[in-house]
Design a protein around this ligand. Structure first.
Ligand code: MN3
Length: 203
């Protein structure tokens, strides 16, 4: 089974004003689609077609860079879309997640500040993540299309939230102002999704 592009889980303009319709159209229909197309070519060329993301991530260090970049590109973007929601459907952190944010990250304000700093501090292209590592919440960032599920990752763990800090994620609306994009990100975080992922990661 070839990889396919999942539809956005909301309308292209549903995240306005934080993320504008044209950015979402280009990001999903062009960027994400290109990762899907190139992943199908890359797994075919590497002789690993038909394998799941889980299988590919577990041996990523042994696979060609084209598989690494495009498997991450497809998976990370799907995770990013699912982790966003229109502002009126964004929900709020569960009592359990909020308590863990207090205990592990020093509270919600400190969490947001550190997460945004991770995104701002990522030179070039990459991602800022909230993960569960050894039962605790941790903020990390990854370069390019890497993630914490890949076998070579320095920081491994279960992803809970992510922000795409590639310029293509925000440039049309925010130009060079990555900090403003990261500030707006908090108005469209899908807390219901984060709560469910946290619950699952804690087992
Ligand atoms: Mn992107």
């Amino acid at each position: 089974m070839a990889f396919t592009l999942p539809p956005l889980p909301y309308a292209y303009d549903a995240l306005e004003p934080a993320l504008d319709k044209l950015t979402m159209e280009i990001h999903h229909d062009k960027h994400h689609q290109t990762y899907v197309d190139n992943l199908n070519k890359a797994v075919e060329a590497a002789g690993v077609a038909g394998q799941s993301f889980e299988e590919l991530f577990a041996k990523m260090s042994t696979l060609p860079t084209a598989v690494r970049n495009n498997a991450g590109g497809v998976w990370n973007h799907t995770f990013f879309w699912e982790g966003l929601a229109p502002a009126d459907q964004a929900g709020e952190p569960s009592a359990e997640l909020a308590a863990a944010i207090d205990a592990d990250l020093g509270g919600m304000d400190a969490f947001k500040e550190a997460f945004n700093a991770a995104g701002l501090g990522r030179f070039g292209s990459g991602w800022a993540w909230l993960i569960v590592q050894d039962g605790k919440l941790k903020i990390i960032s990854t370069p390019n299309q890497d993630n914490s599920l890949m076998d070579f990752a320095e920081e491994k763990g279960a992803p809970i939230m992510v922000a795409d800090v590639w310029e293509h994620a925000y440039y049309l609306k925010y130009q060079n102002r990555r900090a403003d994009f990261l500030k707006a990100y908090w108005s469209i975080v899908n807390w219901n999704k984060a709560n469910a992922l946290f619950e699952a990661a804690k087992g």
